[in-house]
Design a binder for this molecule. Structure first.
Ligand code: SF4
Ligand code: SF4
Ligand code: SF4
Ligand code: FES
Length: 991
C-alpha cells in the first residue's frame, strides 16, 4: 500500500513500511547516515541521520514512513543534531585522506565531511589505546580509525553469520572485538571479508590495498607520519574544505589508473559477482556491490583467493614433449602439431578414437565451442565434462521426476523455506555464501534446519535436528520417511492428484522400506525417522539441499530421485520456499552441461539421437553430425585401456587427480597416442600430455558462467592474458580453424548468440541482457523472460502433460564395504579455504597459512585405540592404492569413519578411491571407500595450524546491540542545539 507524506515541504509517495532513509537517499538528501548500509538495514549507531519527524528528532534509518508524516531534514535543530553526531564520529577518525588507501571517492567519512561542509571538528581526534591488528593474512583493523558504526558487526553476526565480531560498548574505549578480544589471526574469523566490504572508512582494509591504492599512500611510514601531522597542523587555520579539495584531486587521479571490472567468482557454484579493482596486474581488492546471487557477500576464496592469477607458476607459452622432455614452442608449432596428429589419428582410427573433455571452470561459450569442435569438426560424440564426477546423478534424479536438471529456484527461495533439509553437503564450506543465507534465515527468522551427514560440520552444529545415517544409506531413510508419510495419510493429496503421475506403482516400490528396515540399514531409530517425517509435513515449505555426499555413491541417481519423490509426495514444489537444490560444485559445472559438453546431448539438453535436433545443428554448422553414442569420461578411461581411444584434448580439468581410482586413470593417460592439455598451470594431468597449451583464467577473458541457480552472468576482462597465454575460446577456435573449420568468432558474445539461436532454453539470452550485474536464470524465452523459480505453471517432464512423476526405486547397497582387512570407512570432500584439488588456492600464501596441507580426520575414539595424535603420519591403504598423510584428531568424525579433504596432489584422496560408479550416470562412487590405517613412527606438526578458524570460538549475539551504547553514562542522543560550524571547540561532549 502506498502512503503520502511531506519531506522538506514536498509531497512524496512511498510504500507503507518503507524506511525513510531509503527515500531520502533516493532523493539525494544531504543527510550523512554513516552507519546505514542498504543491505544491512538500520543499525542506529551513528545518529547522523537525525531529522525532525512531526516536530520531534528521530533517526531516519529506523523510521518507517506513515501516511501524513511531516519530515524536515534541514531545520536548524536537525542540522545541529546531525553535525553533533558527525563531530562525535570525527573524534574517532583522523582525516588524512590524501595519503589514505581508502580515498577512492567512496569513503563514507570523507564524503560526509564534504557533504556537511565540516570545516573544523568540534572534538579533537583521540586515538584509541590499541595497536593496529595485522594478524590476519588478508586484512587489518585499525581501532584508531574506527568510528564504531558496527556495520562490520552486523555483517559478521547476521549476514555471514560467522558471529565473530562484537563491540564492547560498555568499555571506556570501545572497539571491535574478534571472539570477544582475540587477535584476528587467532580467532574464529573465516576471512570471508564481509566486514571489510561494509566498513565505511579505512578502519578495516584489505592488505592488498595498503600502499598500493594511492599515489602517496605507499610512502614509508617515517615520511607519511610527518606528512599527516603537517596536514592536521594546517586544519585549524585553513579548515577541511581546502584539505579535502587536495584529497579529491588525488582520488580523481586514482580513477585513471584503478580499473574496476565486474566479474564472477571462479570457484564454487554459488556464483558470487563483484567488482575487482586492479592496478595493472596487481589486484587491489574484490568489492562486492549487489550481486544477484550474493549481495555484498563473499567467502575467503572469492574475496581473497586471487593470487594464482599472478603466480610465477603460470604457464606462459605452449610446451611440446620432445624426447621425453617438455620444450617451449610457438603457438604455430603447437597448433600445427595438434592439427596434424588429430587428422592422422582420425584418418587411421576413425573420429571415435578421439575424445574431448571440457572444463566446468571455463565459460559457457568455451564449452559450446569444445563440443562443436568434437561433433562438428572431428565428428565424435566423445565429449564430457566433470559434472560426471559430481552432478550427473542429481540431474538424472530431476530428469526422472520433474523435468529440468537444475535447482528448482533461487537462493531467495531457499531463504523463504520453513524448513531446510541438507543431506550430504558441507554447505558452510563448499557453498559458503549460500550457507550464510540459510544460517541467517535460521538465526533471525526461525527457519528450521535438519541436517543428515556423516560428519558434524558447521551446519550440523547449527541444526535443529542432526543425524548421521550409516555411510551409503541415505536412499533407505529417504524412501522410508516417504513411505511413512504415505502410509499415515500425511501426503499432500490434492497436489498429488493434480500434479503427479505414477503414485500407485511408486507406492508399491516402497513396500520394502519400512521404518524397521530403515532403522536396521541406517542405524537410525524409528522414532527419529518419524520425527523427520513430521517435521517435513508440518513445515510451511521444504527445500532439500544436497551435494556430493549423495551423488558420489553407487546409488547416487536413485538417492537424488528419492529426494525429489519426497518433495513431490509432500507438495514441496511449484512455490517459493520449496524445491530441490542439488548444489552445483564448480563455478560453471551447470553451464558446461547446459552447453552440450556431454556425450548424449547437444546444447540445452537436446538429444543427439533426435534426428530433428541434429538436422537443426547440421544446417547451422554446415556439417554432418555423428549419430553413434559418445563416451562419457569414465568410459573414456576404459576405452583407452582397451586400445580404442587414442587421443584426447582436455582443458581446465585435473583429471589425473580428481577422477576416481587415480592410479588407473594416470595409467590410461600414459597410454594415449596423443594428449593435449590446456590449463593455466602445469598440473598433474599435464605430466601425461604431448602438448601443453597455456590458457587464461577468468580475469583475463570475457564470457558467461551459470551458477547453481541456473543464473547466467557475464564476466569482463580485468587484465590482459599473461605473456603468451590465451583465452580458451581463442585456442579452441584456432585449433578448429587449423582443422579447416573456418570459424570467425571475434568475441564470446557471437558464440552466445549462436547458442541462443539453436537452443530453445537460451532463446532470449543476449550479452546486452546480461550487461553489468544483470543476470538471467534459464529457461529464457525469446523476449528475455527468465524463470528464477521453476515449475510455477507446470512440470517439464516429456510425455506427462505438465505433470511430475513419482519414480519407483529399489534398495541397493554401497560398493566396497569395510571388511576385516579394510576396516575403516573413508569419506572425502571440500574444505572452506581450498577449492577442489587446490591447484589455484595453494597459490595464495594467506590460504596456505590457514591450511597448508591435507590431512585425514580421525575420531578421538579411534585415535585412542590406535595410538594416534594430531600430526601422526599414517598410511591409508585401500583396495586400489595408498597414501601417506598426517592425522587430525577431531570429533567431526565418529567411530571408524575417516575423512580426507580433497585438496592435495601429493596425498590425493583419489589414489584410494575405486572405479565403481553410479549405474545410471557413471559417476564414481567416491564416497564408498574402505581403507586400513597403518600408523607410522613419525609424528609431525599438527597439519591444521592453530591459526585456522576451526579451533576458535565465536561470540554469537543478535545484531549489534546498540542499546548497550545508548545506556552508556556518557551517551545522550544529540538534542540538536545549534552550534556554529566554525571555530573548533576542543571539549568533550557534556550530556
Ligand atoms: S568472519 Fe572474519 S572476515 Fe568474515 S565478517 Fe567476520 S570478522 Fe570479518
Ligand atoms: S571497523 Fe567496523 S565499526 Fe569500525 S568503522 Fe569499520 S565497520 Fe564501523
Ligand atoms: S567460492 Fe563460492 S561462495 Fe565463495 S565467493 Fe566464490 S562463488 Fe561465492
Ligand atoms: S544512519 Fe541512522 S543512526 Fe546511523
Amino acid at each position: 500500500m502506498s502512503v503520502e507524506f511531506l519531506v522538506d515541504g514536498q509531497k512524496l509517495v512511498g510504500e507503507t513500511n518503507e524506511l525513510l532513509i531509503d527515500i531520502l537517499l533516493r532523493r539525494d538528501a544531504k543527510v550523512a547516515c554513516v552507519c546505514y548500509h542498504e543491505q544491512l538495514g538500520p543499525l542506529e549507531t551513528c545518529d547522523t541521520c537525525l531529522v525532525e519527524i512531526n516536530g520531534e528528532l528521530a533517526r531516519a534509518c529506523s523510521t518507517r514512513v506513515t501516511s501524513g508524516m511531516i519530515v524536515q531534514t534541514k531545520t536548524p535543530r536537525a542540522d545541529a543534531a546531525q553535525r553533533e553526531a558527525f563531530d562525535r564520529l570525527l573524534k574517532n577518525h583522523m582525516l588524512y585522506c590524501t595519503v589514505c588507501d581508502n580515498n577512492n571517492g567512496n569513503c563514507t567519512m570523507h564524503n560526509a565531511t564534504k557533504m556537511l561542509e565540516v570545516e573544523h571538528q568540534k572534538y579533537p581526534f583521540k586515538p584509541k589505546p590499541y595497536e593496529v591488528d595485522k594478524s590476519n593474512p588478508f586484512y587489518q583493523y585499525d581501532p584508531s580509525q574506527c568510528v564504531l558504526c558496527a556495520r562490520c558487526v552486523e555483517a559478521c553476526q547476521n549476514v555471514e553469520v560467522n558471529e565473530t565480531l562484537s563491540i564492547n560498548w560498555d568499555d571506556p574505549n570501545p572497539r571491535v572485538l574478534w571472539d570477544g578480544g582475540k587477535p584476528i589471526g587467532e580467532s574464529s574469523c573465516v576471512s570471508c571479508g564481509h566486514c571489510v566490504t561494509v566498513c565505511p572508512c579505512n578502519a578495516l582494509m584489505e592488505k592488498s590495498m595498503l600502499g598500493k591504492a594511492g599515489y602517496m599512500s605507499g610512502l614509508p611510514q617515517e615520511v607519511l607520519t610527518p606528512m599527516i601531522d603537517i596536514v592536521k597542523g594546517i586544519e585549524p587555520d585553513t579548515g577541511y574544505g581546502s584539505i579535502l579539495k587536495v584529497s579529491e584531486a588525488e582520488a580523481a587521479m586514482r580513477e585513471s589508473r584503478t580499473k574496476k571490472t565486474k566479474t564472477v567468482c571462479t570457484y564454487c557454484g554459488v556464483g558470487c559477482s563483484f567488482e575487482i579493482w586492479t592496478r595493472g596486474r596487481h589486484i587491489l581488492k574484490v568489492k562486492p556491490l549487489d550481486g544477484p546471487a550474493n549481495g555484498i557477500s563473499t567467502c575467503i576464496k572469492g574475496k581473497f583467493g586471487w593470487d594464482y592469477v599472478n603466480s610465477k607458476e603460470r604457464l606462459t607459452s605452449p610446451l611440446i614433449r620432445k624426447n621425453g622432455e617438455f620444450q617451449k614452442a610457438s603457438w604455430d608449432e603447437a597448433l600445427d602439431l595438434i592439427a596434424q596428429r588429430f587428422t592422422e589419428i582420425k584418418k587411421t582410427h576413425g573420429p571415435d578414437a578421439l575424445a574431448f573433455i571440457s572444463s566446468s571452470k571455463c565459460t559457457n561459450e568455451e564449452s559450446y565451442l569444445m563440443q562443436k569442435l568434437a561433433r562438428g569438426v572431428i565428428g565424435t560424440n566423445n565429449m564430457d565434462n566433470c559434472s560426471r564426477y559430481c552432478q550427473a546423478p542429481a540431474t538424472s534424479g530431476l530428469f526422472r521426476t520433474v523435468g529440468y536438471g537444475g535447482d528448482s529456484g533461487s537462493i531467495k527461495d531457499i531463504e523463504n523455506a520453513g524448513l531446510v533439509l541438507i543431506i550430504g553437503s558441507n554447505t558452510a564450506e563448499s557453498h559458503p555464501v549460500l550457507a550464510s543465507r540459510v544460517k541467517s534465515a535460521h538465526k533471525l527468522r526461525g527457519q528450521k534446519l535438519v541436517v543428515a551427514d556423516l560428519r558434524k560440520h558447521e551446519m550440523a552444529e547449527r541444526a535443529d535436528l542432526f543425524f548421521s545415517p550409516k555411510p551409503g544409506s541415505d536412499l533407505v531413510w529417504l524412501c522410508a520417511v516417504t513411505k511413512y508419510i504415505l502410509d499415515n495419510g500425511l501426503e499432500k493429496k490434492e497436489f498429488l492428484a493434480q500434479w503427479v503421475d505414477g503414485l500407485d506403482e511408486f507406492k508399491k516400490s516402497l513396500d520394502p522400506f519400512t521404518l524397521e528396515f530403515a532403522a536396521e540399514k541406517t542405524g537410525l531409530t524409528v522414532e527419529l525417522l518419524k520425527q523427520v517425517a513430521h517435521m517435513i509435513v508440518e513445515a510451511s515449505g521444504v527445500c532439500i539441499l544436497w551435494a556430493m555426499g549423495i551423488t558420489q555413491h553407487s546409488m547416487g541417481s536413485d538417492s537424488s530421485t528419492a529426494i525429489s519423490n519426497l518433495l513431490l509426495v509432500t507438495g514441496n514444489y511449484m512455490r517459493t520456499g520449496t524445491g530441490a537444490y542439488p548444489l552445483r560444485g564448480h563455478n560453471n559445472v551447470q553451464g558446461a552441461s547446459d552447453n552440450g559438453a556431454m556425450p548424449i546431448n547437444l546444447p540445452g539438453y537436446q538429444p543427439v539421437k533426435d534426428p530433428q535436433v541434429r538436422a537443426k545443428f547440421e544446417a547451422a554448422w554446415g556439417v554432418t553430425l555423428p549419430t553413434s553414442k559418445g563416451l562419457d569420461n569414465h568410459e573414456m578411461i576404459d576405452a583407452i585401456h582397451e586400445g580404442k581411444l587414442k587421443c584426447m584434448y582436455l582443458f581446465g580439468e585435473e583429471i589425473a587427480l580428481v577422477d576416481s581410482n587415480a592410479n588407473v586413470v594416470q595409467d590410461a593417460l600414459s597410454k594415449l597416442d596423443f594428449f593435449v592439455v590446456q590449463d593455466i598451470f602445469f598440473s598433474k594431468t599435464c605430466q601425461y600430455a604431448d602438448v601443453v597449451l597455456p590458457a587464461s583464467p577468468s580475469l583475463e577473458k570475457e564470457g558467461t558462467f551459470t551458477n547453481t541457480e541456473r543464473r547466467i552472468q557475464r564476466l569482463y576482462q580485468a587484465m590482459e592474458p599473461l605473456e603468451d597465454s590465451k583465452p580458451d575460446w581463442i585456442i579452441i577456435r584456432d585449433i578448429a580453424n587449423r582443422l579447416g573449420a573456418d570459424w570467425h568468432y571475434s568475441h564470446p558474445s557471437e558464440i552466445c548468440a549462436e547458442t541462443a539461436s539453436l537452443t530453445p532454453m537460451f532463446a532470449g539470452v543476449t550479452y546486452e541482457r546480461l550487461e553489468g550485474f544483470k543476470s538471467l536464470q534459464w529457461p529464457v524465452a525469446a523476449d528475455g523472460t527468465d524463470q528464477p523459480l521453476l515449475y510455477t505453471k507446470q512440470f517439464e517432464l516429456p510425455g506427462h502433460n505438465g505433470k511430475a512423476l513419482l519414480y519407483p526405486l529399489k534398495y541397493s547397497v554401497p560398493t566396497d564395504p569395510p571388511d576385516a582387512e579394510f576396516d575403516l570407512q573413508l569419506n572425502n570432500g571440500r574444505m572452506l579455504e581450498h577449492f577442489h584439488e587446490g591447484n589455484m588456492t595453494y597459490k595464495s600464501a594467506g590460504i596456505r597459512e590457514k591450511v597448508p596441507d591435507t590431512f585425514v580426520e580421525i575420531s578421538p575414539d579411534l585415535a585412542q585405540e590406535r595410538g594416534v595424535q594430531s600430526g601422526t603420519w599414517v598410511q591409508l591403504v585401500s583396495r586400489y592404492g595408498k597414501v601417506r598423510v598426517r592425522a587430525l584428531v577431531t570429533d567431526r568424525v565418529r567411530g571408524k569413519e575417516l575423512y580426507m579433504p580433497m585438496n592435495s596432489s601429493a596425498h590425493a584422496i583419489n589414489l584410494l578411491t575405486s572405479s565403481h560408479t553410479d549405474e545410471t550416470t557413471h559417476t564414481p562412487a567416491y564416497k564408498e571407500t574402505s581403507v586400513r590405517m597403518v600408523v607410522l613412527e613419525e609424528v609431525g606438526e599438527n597439519p591444521l595450524p592453530k591459526v585456522n578458524s576451526r579451533y576458535h570460538h565465536p561470540t554469537p549475539q543478535m545484531g549489534v546491540q546498540v542499546e548497550r551504547k545508548w545506556k552508556r553514562i556518557d551517551y545522550a542522543m544529540p538534542k540538536g542545539e545549534p552550534v556554529p560550524n566554525g571555530a573548533p571547540v576542543h571539549a568533550e561532549p557534556k550530556h
